[in-house]
Structures are given as structure tokens and as C-alpha cells.
Write a protein that binds this ligand. Structure first.
Ligand code: HPA
Ligand code: ZN
Length: 339
């Protein structure tokens, strides 16, 4: 019997792959456009949702960068982040590690501090008022140069207390991790943890580069690792976490059907897989919707979902004491469900 909706909704969860700008719901997009007098190329919320039909990653990115143009003030970044946190509080997410794309804002003339202050103020409130712990991960846009990534890293150096790690996102094919080896090495020297999107559309070679050259702690997506048996063995031996995003993969045509999603095979192989939402506003769902849809498509059982959540706790950037506290909350849920 596959796990029920009710079980998934109550399950305490951990999210490790979420672009905060990708949580911008059309309703808030319109509100902020009005507040900031930004013109949108859409006349209604329905028209926005109708535009969310993507043939590949680039189709999505074009709309994603256009969507973020409404974000201008610290208050906007606060409202965006607070809306996401309220949403996941209702979905029993205990801890979240959030990407942000400062270069997508700086190039529009928005100050780095405006972005960071708005997001982190909401994250502080999230901890205080909703009990959700969080880390921020600053992504470099890989369609831009490594030199620009270095300049972005410089801006982050005074804020190490608020930025836990760096990541690599945007258009994958043609922009291999190797182009960012220098800036990741500098980030590592400065004490930042590291992740990179690899193997979403790009080849398994990009996953190897992310591991060997960028020295990442996790791989974001990693779907295409299954094409390379030597790589799969390594991911298994080294317990490398993969942050998979089922509804994203479906919307961006990385998979043609959730029944063919690689997480099923990866679970059989014992890889350290996790389930995440990526850009929930654009891809049709937050954590619960991703868990429910993949569970129904693959017939995942409660034991699989416990394992996936244990993986996410282990793969998080929390310290051992904090991880143990989350493991206990998961165990409590397990005992409660079986009694
Ligand atoms: N892939 C790459 N870059 C991104 C994504 C994604 O799914 N979402 C936001 N930036
Ligand atoms: Zn992503």
C-alpha cells in the first residue's frame, strides 16, 4: 500500500532545494507590480498561470527572471520569504535551506543588502514565530562569467553569519561546473559549504566535475547520474546526497511521466535521495504536493518516505545536535502513526 495523503501531510519534512524567487505566487507578483509600478506582460493571474508551460529549463528561466522584476524593496523580499515560510509551516516543514540569486537582482540595480536583509528578516521571524529553522545558500548564475561570480562572493563575505553556503544554478548545458572552479575554491577557503545543480539537463560528467572540482557537499537534481554506472557506485559509496525535485522535472520535461522518475531506481540502489520543490509557484506544488504526486506515481510506502526524510536531515547543513533533534521529531511521528 502506498503512503496516504494524510500520512504525507503530517510527516515532518526538511527541504533542501528551493529557490526563494521561484516561490513568488502570481497573486503576490501582481500585488508587488502594483506597489512598485512595474509593468507586467500579463493582464490577469490566469494569464500568468497559462504562461507556465515549459519545453525545457531555458523556457522556464526566461519567465522566472521576468517574474523577479517586481521584487524591488527590502519589504518585497520580506513578503516573498514570509509567504513561503507560512506555506511550508502549514505543510509541517521543520527546516529549509533556501537558495537566492543575488545576481538576478543586482543587474536590475537592486542592492545586495536590500535582498539579503529582506530575506533574512523573514527567516528570523520564521524561526521565532513558526519554529522553522533555515539556512541561506547564495547561488552564482552559471550563464554569467566566473569573474561576476567572484564579485558576488566578495559582497557575501561580510555576511558569513547569514549565508551558510554557495550554489550554482541557471542554464546548465554549455556552462559546466569546471568554469567556476576558482570561485568555489575561494568560497571553500572562506568557510562556505557548497552545492551545485548538475545532471538536471547536463551530462553525468557535470556531476563528476561538481564533486571533483567544486567539492560540493550535495548535488542538486543529479537525475542523469543513472546513465553512468561508475558514477552511481561512487554516489552510493560516498553517500552523496541528491536533492531531487519531481514536479520540476515533470514541468521542465526532464521526465515525460512521474512513473519514469529516476527516484524509484535510486531508492532501489540505496542512493541518498531527497524530495524537494525547487520553484513551487512555477511547477505546481510545494513539499506536500511533490511527495504526494511521486508517491502515487511510484507507489512509495511510508518506509520510503521516512528514509527520504532521514536522508534530508543527514544531508542538511545542521550540526549533529540539531540533526538529532529532527530525527527525534521524525521518530515521534513514526511511533504516533504506528500506535
Ligand atoms: N535549474 C536551474 N536553475 C534554476 C532552477 C532550476 O531548476 N530554478 C531556478 N534556477
Ligand atoms: Zn533548482
Amino acid at each position: 500500500m502506498h503512503a496516504s495523503r494524510d500520512f504525507i501531510e503530517g510527516l515532518p519534512k526538511v527541504e533542501l532545494h528551493l529557490h526563494i524567487e521561484g516561490s513568488l505566487e502570481p497573486e503576490l507578483m501582481f500585488e508587488l507590480a502594483k506597489r512598485n509600478k512595474v509593468r507586467l506582460p500579463f493582464d490577469s493571474i490566469d494569464e500568468v498561470r497559462d504562461a507556465y508551460n515549459f519545453g525545457n529549463l531555458q523556457d522556464f528561466l526566461d519567465i522566472y527572471y521576468q517574474g523577479m522584476s517586481v521584487l524591488r524593496t527590502e519589504e518585497d523580499f520580506f513578503d516573498l520569504t514570509w509567504a513561503y515560510l507560512r506555506k511550508i509551516a502549514a505543510q509541517n516543514v521543520m527546516h529549509t535551506e533556501i537558495f537566492f540569486d543575488p545576481q538576478g537582482h543586482i543587474e536590475r540595480g537592486i542592492e545586495f543588502d536590500t535582498v539579503l536583509n529582506g530575506i533574512s528578516r523573514a527567516l528570523d521571524d520564521g524561526k521565532r514565530k513558526l519554529g522553522i529553522s533555515s539556512f541561506l545558500i547564495m547561488c552564482f548564475l552559471r550563464h554569467l562569467s566566473e569573474e561576476e561570480a567572484y564579485r558576488t562572493l566578495e559582497l557575501a563575505l561580510p555576511h558569513k553569519d547569514r549565508i551558510r553556503g554557495v550554489g550554482l544554478d541557471s542554464s546548465e548545458v554549455g556552462h559546466p561546473p569546471s568554469e567556476f572552479q576558482g570561485v568555489f575554491s575561494k568560497a571553500r577557503e572562506e568557510g562556505f559549504l557548497r552545492v551545485a545543480h548538475a545532471g538536471e539537463e547536463g551530462p553525468p560528467e557535470y556531476i563528476r566535475e561538481a564533486l571533483d572540482l567544486l567539492k560540493v557537499n550535495r548535488i542538486d537534481h543529479g537525475n542523469r547520474s543513472l546513465e553512468d554506472t561508475v558514477l552511481v557506485q561512487r554516489l552510493s559509496d560516498q553517500r552523496i546526497p541528491l536533492t531531487l525535485c519531481p514536479l520540476s522535472n515533470l514541468k521542465l520535461c526532464v521526465v515525460d511521466d512521474l512513473r519514469n522518475h529516476p527516484i524509484g531506481k535510486m531508492l532501489d540502489l540505496g542512493l541518498r535521495v531527497t524530495i524537494n520543490s525547487d520553484d513551487p509557484s512555477y511547477f505546481g506544488g510545494y513539499m506536500n504536493e511533490n511527495f504526494i504526486r511521486i508517491t502515487e506515481a511510484l507507489g512509495l510506502e511510508e518506509s520510503h518516505l521516512f528514509l527520504i526524510t532521514q536522508n534530508a536531515i543527514e544531508a542538511s547543513f545542521l550540526c549533529e545536535v540539531e540533526k538529532n533533534a529532527l530525527h527525534r521529531r521524525l521518530q515521534d511521528y513514526r511511533s504516533q502513526r504506528s500506535s
